[in-house]
Ligand binder design. Structure first.
Ligand code: ADP
Ligand code: MG
Length: 473
């Protein structure tokens, strides 16, 4: 286990074949820059702390106090939300720093009269204009302080400068693209790493330990909690980092695009922000589950696409997935009835369908099943909500039947039991059952379109008007 100590920031790295938070590859300028920022941030924090101490000493018990606030170092990368802009404005399509309209030469092409006439081809005038045009170069092009001087750039110089800028931009885009891909494949991208460091630096997390899992859509790290707004963050937490590459999320669009809770926002967002919706969705869903008393992780904090959750496990060892447990027959039976009850609660009390329920997303901890991974969970009224539930039922039935739980219902019975519906069961004919589900979904869709209502609970559907739904938490 390697430990890096950087001016008080302790980042412990458990070597992992796929993950490198701060490893040998960190020689690229981007990471150096990041480290420099972190060091600066830490230094500033220490200065501020010292300043606060001096302020307290200076003022003592006096009723009138002098504030040293103005001397504090307002660092742009401090953990507060104000630094959101640092990442965010690059995301927006409408660049707030768009240059003003370039000035145009008067149409007639000359000014002045007689001997004093100056044409648009005037060398001095053109030179100054060319210099002014440098202001419109991309922001990353450092033009120095030439703009403040009476600098005259000839057309030839200006053109080759511009040419150079173009090719640099293209090169940088290529490099950036490559870096995004390579790091995302391994673990998390530099921006995410910065966000993670910021949590440590702000004291929200004490340290970030190793990686627990690298999935297609997320990377999960173990961490130790610190303090957040004077409240302690749980001693052991996980950081669920939603991957910022879109590839994997493309096929999952339908879980969020058709979720009325997120529908309006979905269409207006750029890809990076859509990823944040996933994290947000998981947070809302977990809150509903917690309210209903379903064992699941508690949300400590959401920052962009990083969700900080309470750790299910102990002493750095995560609880095993149900698929990896070797439970005895009695425990397996207990687990089955727990899952059955949780599915009912999820549907009837939380108004949710897990939509990725299987032995992979259930953990066994303290003699109980814990549900995790609910970013894709939808309400039953989702256009495909009942089909997702049917799939969940299939996974659950199959798993417990295979593990020898004699009481495990068939997928059809389970579906009816969870929903409270009474669809006709013909064990031999899955297509017929699915047709009934689709018909229900279609009726719900029609109902929504006709009434303009967004939601409709399906648990006790008898054609009567929809009831009010559990509001988002
Ligand atoms: P994914 O969408 O990548 O499957 P999950 O939420 O299922 O994301 O997390 C992946 C793995 O990380 C889980 O299978 C589990 O082993 C571990 N994990 C996730 N959340 C927790 C948690 N709160 N406590 C302990 N382990 C967790
Ligand atoms: Mg999972």
């Amino acid at each position: 286990m390697a430990e890096l100590l950087t001016l008080g920031i302790v980042i412990t790295v458990i070597p992992h074949p796929e993950v490198s938070l701060l490893s040998g590859e960190e020689t690229d300028t981007n990471s150096d820059l990041m480290l420099a920022r972190l060091l600066q941030m830490q230094y500033d924090r220490e200065c501020d702390t010292q300043l606060r101490r001096e302020e307290r000493k200076y003022n003592g018990e006096s009723k009138v106090s002098i504030s040293f606030e103005n001397y504090r170092t307002a660092h742009p990368y401090d953990g507060s939300e104000s630094s959101e802009d640092e990442v965010d404005w690059q995301d927006t399509r409408d660049d707030p720093y768009k240059p003003d309209k370039p000035q145009v030469t008067p149409r007639k092409g000359f000014t002045g009269k007689g001997k004093n006439i100056t044409t648009k081809h005037d060398e001095v005038l053109c030179g100054r204009k060319n210099t002014a045009r440098m202001d419109n170069f991309a922001p990353e092009v450092l033009v120095g302080d030439g703009l403040g001087m009476d600098l005259k750039l000839s057309n030839q110089v200006f053109n080759s400068l511009k040419q150079h800028c173009h090719s640099e931009q293209r090169r940088s885009a290529r490099l950036h693209d490559k870096k995004e891909h390579s790091t995302a494949e391994q673990a998390v991208d530099p921006r995410t790493r910065l966000l993670m460091y910021k949590m440590v630096s702000a004291g929200t997390l004490e340290r970030i330990n190793g990686c627990i899992s690298t999935g297609k859509e997320s990377v999960v790290f173990h961490a130790n909690g610190g303090m957040l707004e004077e409240q302690p963050v749980p001693e052991e937490v996980v950081l669920k980092v939603f991957k910022t590459t879109l590839n994997e999320f493309k096929n999952r669009d339908r879980y969020i695009k058709d979720d009325y809770r997120f529908k309006d926002r979905f269409s207006k967002l750029n890809p990076r922000k859509i990823i944040r919706l996933w994290a947000e969705k998981e947070m809302h869903n977990l809150a509903r589950m917690k309210k209903a008393g379903i064992p699941c992780p508690e949300v400590a904090l959401l920052r962009k696409h990083i969700l900080v959750l309470s750790f299910i496990g102990k002493d750095h060892v995560p609880a095993p997935k149900l698929k990896d447990t070797m439970l005895g027959a009695a425990d397996m039976k207990t687990a089955y009835y727990q899952v059955l009850q949780m599915m009912q609660q999820l549907y009837q009390e939380c108004n949710l369908v897990h939509a990725d329920l299987s032995e992979y997303n259930m953990l066994w901890h303290q003699g109980q099943v814990w549900l995790i991974d609910v970013s894709q969970s939808v309400e039953p009224s989702h256009p495909h909500g009942l089909q997702f539930l049917f799939r969940d039922c299939t996974n659950v039935s199959t798993f417990f039947q295979k593990r020898g739980v004699a009481e495990a219902m068939s997928v059809y019975e389970l579906f009816n039991c969870v929903t409270g519906l009474d669809l006709t069961i013909n064990e031999e004919d899955e297509a017929e059952f699915l047709a009934q589900i689709e018909a229900l979904e279609k009726r719900n869709e029609d109902h929504v379109q006709k009434r303009g209502k967004k939601t409709f609970p399906l648990s006790s559907w008898d054609g009567s008007p929809p009831l009010k739904h559990a509001a988002d938490d």
